[in-house]
Every structure is written in structure tokens, then in C-alpha cells.
Write a protein that binds this ligand. Structure first.
Ligand SMILES: Cc1cc2nc3c(=O)[nH]c(=O)nc-3n(C[C@H](O)[C@H](O)[C@H](O)COP(=O)(O)OP(=O)(O)OC[C@H]3O[C@@H](n4cnc5c(N)ncnc54)[C@H](O)[C@@H]3O)c2cc1C
Length: 389
């Protein structure tokens, strides 16, 4: 097992975390990414303590603290009046309670930190312009095929290629992602020009009828990341995301509090995108032969518990621990799937339940008893460094 070579398909947050964790455990990895230049969308991501444990271990606490913003507090507010309905202390509290921060980061900063660390370990580890199209196994290896006609051979293959995973399709057939009935706008707004009253608390979610708006700080508080959600009967665009028309966004949230209006008016037009939110039914198994799934490829989830990236990060660390603990590749993939599939599927299904809860409730009567967070589900108490594998 010491000379195991893992082929990782997809260099998103999940693929790069898996690659780094495997390198850290002493294994060789080759990462294959379809795009020509590595990168992430211009948006933020919340990293909850369960995932932060893994990032602290892989990147070092100092680097994580330098790229992440730790919010002092957060609130759920009434969409129209802006009145605080539920407030939550953050700051050092999650670190004291769970051993790692609750923080928020620009996706590009996290992605770059992971990619740099992988390349520092092995300058030849990441291959761009490598669109996976198929695989074949022999008794002693697995080979990935790419659209370019090239191929690569290793001992195991990990499909980290997101919700539209080609690896999942090759392994388990072509079930199609379904539109969930929700769309999201995301963007980044400089905080400098905003009324200082709108800069507290550090993060806020405005609960409306059929619509929600969240904002939190990234890049040392110089930018607000916002995500605005609404319902739609269908998603008509060909692609999954498209440049958004700010006027449509402002119109959709016209009855929200002045703070929301001010943030939306400050959105640089080139910084605003609109997504259709899709999902897929849970897949019964992740692993077939020498290939398995990780991140959104195995458990694509709606963002209503803010746990998709967190689950991909947890997966990556557990995969490396499973490989380290196993006597052979078969045991490694079995241990990995056994440790992860139930939790990934649970969080994926709970994200749907939470969406229904969020969009059916009346903001006028919202309080702690009608609100369910990832923390209330106990998800933050998981530590991928120490759970049994
Ligand atoms: C609006 C919104 C807000 C969200 N907020 C949060 C949050 O706050 N916290 C959180 O934890 N999660 C959040 N998520 C979820 C999170 O973004 C995803 O779960 C996470 O990015 C999944 O990472 P991944 O690496 O599995 O997949 P992806 O990020 O999709 O990466 C897949 C990679 O594989 C590559 N690829 C695809 N096909 C191929 C192929 N055939 N060959 C080679 N490469 C390929 C892609 O180019 C991409 O680089 C949010 C999602 C949305 C939509």
C-alpha cells in the first residue's frame, strides 16, 4: 500500500482536499481537471467546525486564519423590518466548544491555498485540460481516459467531479440531475461603500416568504458575499449558471429591508451570477471495483444547510485515513465508503428537509423552535481527524 497511486478526477474543493490529505499520508496522487486553468467561482463558502478541523490539519491553523473571516456573531432577521429574530454568538465560541472555528472564506482563496499545497508537495500532481470520459480496470490497476485521447493508470480512482459527475455516470448509470425548484444569485460586494450600520452583525440571513437573502464577510471583512434564493417552477437556461440581470434581482427582493436593497444596489454587474439548484437521488453505493465517489459526485446537496463543501472536505480526510489504515486498496475503499456514505446521504436529505422548512415558514412567527441549523442537527460535533474509520 505504501506505493499506492490515486487518480483524482476533478480539482474542486473536494478533489484538492482529498489529494492533499493523501499526499500528507505519504501517497502519490495525480489530479485531472477538465478546465484549462484552476479556479473557483467568485463567491464565499461557510466552513463549519467539522470541516475546519481538516483544513487546520492540512493547511495549518495560521494559514486558515489568514484567509478566513471568523464572524463575531450572526443573526436571522425579518426580511421586511430587518428586526433580529434569532441571534447567535460565534467568535471563539465554536472553537472552544468543538475545537475548530466557524468561519467564512472566499472560495478562490481556499481553492488556491489547497492547490498551492498540493503543487508544493508535487509540482506535477495537477493536470488541467483533462476531461475524464471513461475508465477500464485490469486485475492490477485502473485506467482513466480523457477527451484528449490521453489516459492515466493508477491503483484507485476517485470521482470528485461534482454534481454532473461523469465518473458516477460511468459507474452507476445515467440518472439525470433534477431541478429542485430553487434558484440562487451569488455575488461579492465591497463593504467599504456601505452604511456602517449594515456591517453588523458579521453575518445575517433575512427570512422572507419564499425568498431568503444571506450575507457574510470574506477577505478580512472587505467584501460581503451574498446569496439570494427564490423559487421557480423551472430553470430554462441551458447552463447551470449564468450572468445575472441585477435589475431582476433588485425587483425580486424589492420588499426586503433597506440593508438588503443597499447591498444589491452595490453589486458590481460583472460579479453577479444566477444558479439553478439541482440535485440527484442518493446513489446506493459509491464504490465499484477500484473506483469511488467523493463530494458532490456522491452526495450532491442543496445549500440549505451550508454543508456541501464541508462534506467534501470531510470525505477527503477520511479517504486518506482509510487508505492509511487498510491492508489493500479494496479494504481502503470499503472503509472509506462505510465511514462516509451514511453521513453524506443524511446531510444531503436533511438539506432538502431544511429547504422545505425554510420556505414554508412564516417569518412573522420565526423563532428558535421553528429554526433548524446544521449545528442543531449535531453536524459540527464530527471531527474527521478522530472519528473511527
Ligand atoms: C449557492 C450555493 C451556496 C453554497 N454554500 C455553501 C456553504 O456555505 N458551505 C458549504 O459547505 N457548501 C456550500 N455549497 C455547496 C458547495 O459549493 C459544493 O458542495 C462543493 O463545491 C462541492 O465540491 P466538489 O469538489 O465535490 O465539487 P465541485 O466544486 O463541483 O468540483 C468539481 C470539479 O470537477 C471538475 N470536473 C467536472 N467534470 C469533470 C470531468 N469530466 N473531468 C475532469 N474534471 C471534471 C469541475 O470542473 C470542478 O473543478 C453551496 C452551493 C451553492 C450552489
Amino acid at each position: 500500500m505504501d506505493d499506492l497511486h490515486a487518480l483524482i478526477i476533478g480539482a474542486g474543493i473536494g478533489g484538492l482536499t482529498a489529494a492533499l490529505a493523501l499526499q500528507r499520508a505519504g501517497f502519490k496522487v495525480s489530479v485531472y481537471e477538465q478546465v484549462a486553468e484552476l479556479g473557483e467561482v467568485g463567491a464565499g463558502v461557510t466552513i463549519t467546525p467539522n470541516a475546519c478541523h481538516a483544513l487546520d490539519y492540512l493547511l495549518g491553523e495560521a494559514l486558515v486564519e489568514s484567509i478566513c473571516h471568523v464572524p463575531a456573531s450572526g443573526a436571522i432577521k425579518h426580511f421586511e423590518t430587518g428586526a433580529t429574530l434569532i441571534d447567535t454568538q460565534r467568535g471563539d465560541l465554536p472553537k472552544k466548544q468543538y475545537g475548530a472555528h466557524y468561519c467564512q472564506v472566499h472560495r478562490a482563496d481556499l481553492h488556491a491555498a489547497l492547490a498551492d499545497a498540493v503543487r508544493r508537495n508535487d509540482p506535477d500532481a495537477v493536470h488541467v485540460d483533462s476531461c475524464f470520459t471513461g475508465l477500464h480496470e485490469t486485475g492490477s490497476s485502473i485506467t482513466a481516459e480523457f477527451a484528449s485521447g490521453r489516459s492515466a493508470t493508477g491503483d484507485v480512482l476517485v470521482g470528485c467531479d461534482g454534481i454532473r459527475s461523469a465518473v458516477r455516470q460511468v459507474l452507476w448509470g445515467a440518472d439525470k440531475p433534477q431541478f429542485t425548484g430553487y434558484i440562487a444569485w451569488r455575488g461579492l460586494v465591497p463593504t467599504a461603500g456601505l452604511d456602517p450600520a449594515y456591517l453588523v452583525p458579521d453575518s445575517a440571513a433575512f427570512a422572507g416568504r419564499g425568498r431568503t437573502f444571506t450575507r457574510y464577510k470574506v477577505r478580512q471583512g472587505t467584501l460581503y458575499n451574498f446569496a439570494a434564493f427564490a423559487r421557480r417552477v423551472q430553470w430554462e437556461a441551458e447552463s447551470w449558471s449564468e450572468r445575472a440581470d441585477i435589475a431582476e434581482l433588485i425587483e425580486e427582493f424589492h420588499d426586503f429591508a433597506p440593508e438588503v436593497q443597499a447591498i444589491l444596489r452595490a453589486v458590481p454587474p460583472e460579479q453577479c451570477f444566477k444558479w439553478g439548484l439541482f440535485d440527484r437521488p442518493p446513489v446506493e453505493r459509491w464504490t465499484k471495483g477500484r473506483a469511488t465517489l467523493l463530494g458532490d459526485a456522491g452526495h450532491p446537496m442543496t445549500p440549505f444547510l451550508a454543508q456541501g463543501a464541508a462534506m467534501a472536505i470531510e470525505d477527503g480526510l477520511i479517504l486518506a485515513r482509510a487508505v492509511s489504515a487498510a491492508a489493500d486498496w479494496r479494504e481502503a475503499l470499503t472503509r472509506y465508503e462505510n465511514a462516509r456514505r451514511e453521513r453524506g446521504t443524511f446531510v444531503m436529505l436533511e438539506s432538502h428537509v431544511n429547504a422545505k422548512r425554510i420556505y414554508s415558514r412564516d417569518p412573522d412567527s420565526l423563532d428558535r423552535s421553528s429554526h433548524k441549523s446544521a449545528e442543531a442537527l449535531g453536524l459540527y460535533a464530527y471531527n474527521p481527524l478522530t472519528v473511527p474509520v
